[in-house]
Design a protein. Sequence first.
Length: 281
Amino acid sequence: MRGPLLMLAALGLFAVLDANSKLLSGGYHVSQVLVMRYAVLLGLLGASRLAVRNAGGGMRTRRPGMQLLRALCMVGSGAGFFLALRTLPLAEGYLVYFTAPFILLALFRLVLREGVPARAWAWCGVGFCGVLIALWPGLSAGGSWGAYAWALLGTFCHAAVLVLNRVLRDEPGLARLILWTSLPALLVLAPWAALEWATPSWGDLAALSANGVLAGAATIALAAAFRHASAATLAPLEFSALLFAVVMDVVVWGIWPGAWTWVGAAVVAFAGLMAQRRGAH
């Protein structure tokens, strides 16, 4: 259960990250938010290595091309969801995100040639039906096509990151993961962020910094999950993000879910549990 538990932890952290980013999206450019995120991660890495020699392990890589590709996909994922959730309700943005398990299974089959049992596809389908039950009665379909396109880009990049985590599972270590995902993105985005910079208040500065901590913890949990379990096992759990989204709606915006949301959430939870019970791997 180590892989599934790490996956659930990552999804919970991403839900908090998305809620925090949505709160920040009205006042700050995406480049500034991402630069702050990666700067915090690198700062924490540097501080930990000053305090404890070689903390997080080695930082060299035998596969720099794959590491840079993962960094690029992470930027695409972060930017896509940030720009989508600026105008879309959280629930509608998540509906696009819930295509990720299907994209993930397809990429694992096409890119890594890993077998995907039919039951994995089936439980993904059940989970997606649960999402439709939960979200359909309240969908306004009022967002712009551009916002939905950003959400789709973020979803595809997220699935690509998961595939690359599997490819790079032979290069574990927190230091290598943080350095190679954060430093290239910081160098590319910093000039853009400087042009769009808006001086944050102390409260917003804390929120922007928290984004870095949340993103780093979620990234580490995701990478670890795919070292312990296959895509067929973990993909159906992506739908559990609906449960975390419901919690964020209640805690942050005070929006209590209706009866359809509870029914859909129950279907999602059932699909995730059955996927694990049937040993879809």
